[in-house]
Design a protein around this ligand. Structure first.
Ligand SMILES: Cc1ncc(COP(=O)(O)O)c(C=O)c1O
Length: 354
């Protein structure tokens, strides 16, 4: 087997428990869009059976969960609403998030089983949502619709990863002001909101990345919050060779051996989703020891400096991220975020659930 992602259900459950500890008494809608941030949405949903609900991107993602037997309420965060979507969503207790005036027009024409909707307010991120001060007007429009009920109101935080963010304070104030006097649950917090902004906990929290064991915060690691990695990505050493001092390794000859040294060739590359931009020096774990990627990432393989672990042999597996090597650290070396590392893994990576 080449690249293998081992998904640890107990780590997922532990991380959900951490959400409950950090936001006691709040409902938890686990964000499992993009196939559970690349971990497998149904696998994650089953491991998180204590979650009160789930948040996905689209009706398609929600229906896949229903077909997998997931029964909790599901909100769809970012799909344009049309008549067909309304009927299917209502039939399967899927709750669309409405965020645009075109949605109000669709809902006005909707006739069918009662459809529950969340309403998204733009509190300052300026991506999706009605202006926060339009909440009362939206509420009165929805009150006239016989086939539509409101679950509640949500907003999304743009800078909650910065624990001192003035924008987050402004967003919280705008949402509070906009939703004063309207009925329904309130939901603000993503993972960063759960971890660093108790004032954002409201009625329902919507954590994603922390459930997978990564930290969204700029100032604290996942370990600082006692989060456990839910994915262990490994790949085998497929060859090892001695490279003479001064000789280059890989495409573009971007790295040359500083001395005669052992190099391991590992069977994972950008064709599996390992980031092509990971530079020489990006950490990997060999036998639990830190080793460094050297040379360019190829489609099917990477090369690793084995000087720290000369005893490593062909066939043994190295860790690209997981226990002992946070995906956040690899992401930082590669100039990206753990979200992207997880989501970009390709179908070529085998999956094992433990
Ligand atoms: C609307 C909304 N809520 C919650 C989340 C979960 O965010 P995070 O993974 O940072 O916890 C996301 C993710 O992008 C989102 O778009």
């Amino acid at each position: 087997m080449r690249a293998l992602a081992t998904i640890d259900r107990s780590a997922l459950a532990h991380n959900l428990e951490r959400v409950h500890e950090l936001a006691p008494g709040r409902e938890v809608y686990a964000a499992i869009k993009a196939d559970g941030y690349g971990h497998g949405a149904a696998t994650v949903a089953r491991a998180l059976h204590d979650a009160d609900g789930f948040a996905v991107s689209s009706l398609d993602e929600a229906m896949q969960l229903r077909w997998s037997g997931i029964t909790q309420p599901i909100m769809t965060l970012s799909q344009p609403l049309d008549a067909a979507a309304c009927a299917l969503a209502a039939e399967h207790d899927i709750r669309p998030v409405i965020f645009d005036r075109t949605h109000l027009a669709v809902l006005a024409d909707y006739v069918g089983p009662e459809l529950s909707v969340w309403i998204k307010l733009d509190s300052g991120m300026h991506r999706l949502g009605f202006a926060a001060d339009e909440a009362a007007e939206i509420e009165s429009q929805l009150q006239t619709l016989r086939h539509v009920s409101r679950v509640g109101w949500l907003t999304h935080l743009g800078c909650a990863d910065d624990p001192a963010s003035a924008m987050t304070k402004r967003q919280l104030a705008a949402f509070e002001a906009g939703t004063t006097g309207v009925d329904g649950q309130r939901s603000i917090a993503n993972s960063a909101g759960v971890l660093a902004w108790p004032a954002a906990h409201a009625d329902v929290v919507r954590p994603g990345i922390m459930l997978y064991g990564s930290s969204p915060m700029t100032d604290a690691t996942a370990a600082d919050y006692d989060l456990r990695p839910a994915m262990h990505l490994t790949a085998p050493i497929i060859s090892r060779r001695r490279v003479a001092a001064g000789e280059p390794i890989g495409y573009g000859a971007t790295w040359c051996a500083p001395e005669d040294m052992e190099v391991g060739v590992v069977g994972i590359g950008y064709g599996d989703g390992y980031p092509r931009h990971a530079p020489s020096g990006t950490p990997v774990l060999v036998r639990g020891e830190r080793a460094a990627l050297v040379g360019r990432v190829s489609m099917d393989m990477i090369t690793v400096d084995l000087r720290a672990v000369p005893e490593a042999v062909v066939g043994e597996r190295v860790t690209l991220w997981g226990p002992g090597l946070a995906a956040d650290e690899v992401a930082e070396a590669a100039g990206t975020i753990a979200y992207e590392l997880f989501c970009r893994l390709t179908g070529r990576v085998s999956v094992e659930i433990v």
